[in-house]
Write a protein that binds this ligand. Structure first.
Ligand code: 6R9
Length: 658
């Protein structure tokens, strides 16, 4: 390292605030700091700004209807269609021949769809779904990896008013069955397989196994042939080849159906405190307006951009910021099928260079991995097309932030650290890149119009520097409307904690801990419930625990998150074997397999620790905090309140802290 580089490095390390570069500010979509006051003063009508980004068939008559809070309704009596907004209107405008989706497969093949080509594909698949008997409001499950047929199928569903429920392709057969059962979904779109690190991965067997666990009749399954001759597979009687069906609908035209703003656009399952995943319901008007608005204001997306969110569409980030937000704005959205280090560790930067990517949005876990691989990989490529960087999914440590800022952004791109959730539909806490300074590690202030606060257990706002809980004290258009078929759980999970029902005052509780500083910048610390965040993916410890105790030979288990250098958190399993079972590699492997079978590889335990007992309080509760400290290699603190303190040393001895 030259002296100059060393000086730069040292300066960067100490720098605590960063100003957005002038060149960015000059061209940003939102630059007037008055927007915060303007939104506050005009709330809730300020949200017309978001609704104005869409084309409405029937104008709405009320921005917010709070008569039946917390079952809020937005843009009431307005009608629109999401697929029309994401495609047709750009074709009718001047973007018919501009690229809508730029896709790259792991093996290097590419597929590119202009807006008019996308329209054609979506209409043909919409006609296919209709032909199969899918009607408005039928839930269609999409169990697909990162191939273009996934957004095509989503938009085809939206076109005919059939809500989609995307199940992440990495999830197991059991997870697919649970979600299809919960959504009573009778239609499935899946594929034969996809590529991972150059290998053809069998997906259809997993889908078929999942279908065996579906409790109602599944009318039809459409199977995309992604692997061609690389994987031979049979189709059952109710299974159809995607290309065959679509060929029958060649040139079909399907008018977008008119949907009420409050009609469901999609269901997205997410993990919560109990073992059962929650079906989060998002609507057509509010969600689409909110994902478009935040793409415009925070990601600074413009129609001429090539925009790349490197998430998977199987998670909410991909729904809002690969598909709906960017396409509503008429930009070019990129999709990449594979892993970031295949064939080499510079794959992402090669793609940025090749496609002249303007905006790049990823998770801190990915950044930490890039950092570990080394700066030589981005350095091999010209990344000067980049204008803005973003992160999402978990807290970002200042060191990773600065690495991203320097080695990817060339100290020339603002970074937006965006805090939000499946339930919020879009970003909630982050800086506006054309307005605010940035503080590495801190997401920033709440967005204009978002009344997020940091409070103590009683709901009183806390002083700068102290830790408390995030609450959101006003509704917003992108919010979930309920949990599918479970209004009661919607109230108990999100509203019961801080609301005053008698006074009809409703406060949303996201179950995150946070700190706030004197500038009103919020640093999100992480979940305060039994949810852990592995590589930016939300996993319920209860779901994993029930998988572990389902393994023959396991009597009891506790699952916690422990710190992990790259993944943020990793899964640690503490398990008590049943009498007569040997603890050893064999049992450990079965525990790991049990978790893989019931959830998928993202939940793979980092370590399985066998113990004759779990540390419990005198009232019999498992001391999770202690198990987390052991897993993270932290100080154990006071163990005197335990009924069985001796077990702690015994466990700690077994944990390999490296
Ligand atoms: C979008 C998404 C939500 C949980 C959320 C929080 C964590 C997300 C974050 C962040 C710190 C950020 N989280 N963004 N924590 N800083 N910028 O990730 O949705 O999968 O539902 O997860 O992720 O704990 O509560 P989801």
């Amino acid at each position: 390292m030259s002296q100059e580089d060393a000086n730069l490095e040292a300066r960067l390390e100490e720098q605590e605030t960063f100003e957005p570069p002038e060149s960015f500010v000059e061209q940003a979509n939102v630059t007037d700091p008055g927007i915060y006051d303007e939104f506050e003063e005009n709330w809730p009508d300020c949200w017309e700004r978001a609704a104005d980004l869409l084309s409405w068939e029937e104008e709405y008559d009320t921005v917010l209807d709070d008569d039946n809070a917390p079952f809020y309704e937005w843009f009431t009596n307005g009608t629109l269609n999401a697929s029309y907004n994401c495609i047709d209107r750009h074709v009718e405008g001047d973007r018919a021949d501009e690229t809508a989706i730029e896709w790259e497969g792991e093996l290097g093949e590419t597929r590119s769809y202009t807006y008019s080509e996308l329209l054609e594909e979506v209409e043909e698949f919409a006609a296919t779904l209709r032909e199969l008997g899918v009607e408005e409001d039928d839930v269609v499950t999409l169990y697909l990896p990162m191939i273009p047929e996934l957004p095509i199928a989503m938009l085809a569903c939206a076109r005919i008013g059939a809500p989609h429920a995307v199940v992440f392709a990495g999830f197991s057969a059991d997870a697919l069955a649970t979600r299809m059962n919960a959504g009573e979904s009778e239609y499935l779109v899946t594929c034969d397989g996809y590529y991972r690190r150059g290998d053809a991965l069998d997906h259809i067997s997993k889908a078929n196994e999942g279908l065996e666990g579906v409790e109602h009749e599944v009318s039809d399954v459409v199977v995309v042939d992604r692997l061609g001759d690389d994987l031979e597979h049979d189709l059952a009687d109710n299974q159809h080849d995607y290309d065959d069906l679509v060929a029958e609908q060649e040139g079909a035209s399907v008018d977008p159906v008119s949907r009420d703003a409050e009609d469901m656009l999609f269901l997205m399952y997410t993990s919560g405190t109990t073992g059962k995943p929650k079906g989060v319901k998002h609507t057509t008007g509010g969600y689409l307006a909110y994902s478009a608005w935040t793409s415009h204001a925070v990601l600074d997306v413009k129609p001429d951009d090539t925009y790349w969110c490197a998430a998977d569409i199987g998670w909410i980030t991909g729904h809002s910021y690969i598909v709906y937000g960017p396409l509503a704005l008429g930009t070019t959205t990129m999709m990449y099928e594979g892993t970031p280090d295949y064939p080499e560790k510079d794959r992402m930067w090669e793609l940025v260079e090749k496609n002249d990517v303007d905006i790049f949005y990823t998770a801190p876990t990915a950044i930490r991995a890039f950092m570990k691989w080394g700066e030589q990989y981005p350095a091999e490529h010209d990344l000067s097309s980049l204008r803005l960087l973003g992160t999402v999914g978990e807290p970002i440590n200042p060191r990773a932030w600065k690495w991203y800022y320097k080695h990817i952004g060339g100290e020339n791109c603002p970074i937006v650290d965006t805090w939000w959730q499946t339930e919020t539909g879009g970003m909630m806490i982050t800086t506006l890149p054309g307005i605010s300074k940035m503080k590495p590690g801190s997401a920033g202030p709440p967005l204009p119009g978002i009344d997020a606060r940091i409070v103590d257990a009683e709901g009183n706002e806390i002083s700068a520097g102290e830790a408390g809980y995030v609450t959101v004290n006003n509704p917003w258009p992108g919010m979930l409307r309920t949990l599918y078929n479970n209004d009661e759980r919607f109230i108990s999970e999100y509203w019961a904690e801080y609301s005053d029902e008698e006074a009809d005052e409703w406060v949303y509780f996201p179950e995150d801990g946070a700190k706030i500083d004197e500038d009103g910048f919020i640093t999100v610390l992480g979940r305060v419930d039994d949810v852990i965040n592995v590589s930016g993916h939300r996993l319920g410890t209860m779901e994993i625990e029930s998988a572990v105790v389902g393994v023959e030979g396991i009597a009891e288990a506790a699952v916690v998150g422990g710190d992990h250098e790259v993944k943020g958190e990793a899964v640690y399993v503490y398990a008590i074997p049943e009498d007569g079972y040997e603890t050893g590699d064999e049992l450990e492997e079965r525990v790991v397999q049990g978790v893989l079978d019931s959830i998928g590889p993202i939940a793979k335990p980092e370590e399985v620790i066998f113990t004759p007992e779990l540390p419990k309080t005198r009232s019999g509760k498992i001391m999770r905090r202690l198990l987390e400290n052991i897993a993270s290699g932290d100080e154990l603190g006071n163990t005197s309140t335990l009924r069985n303190p001796e077990v702690v040393d015994e466990i700690a001895e077994q944990v390999d802290l490296d």
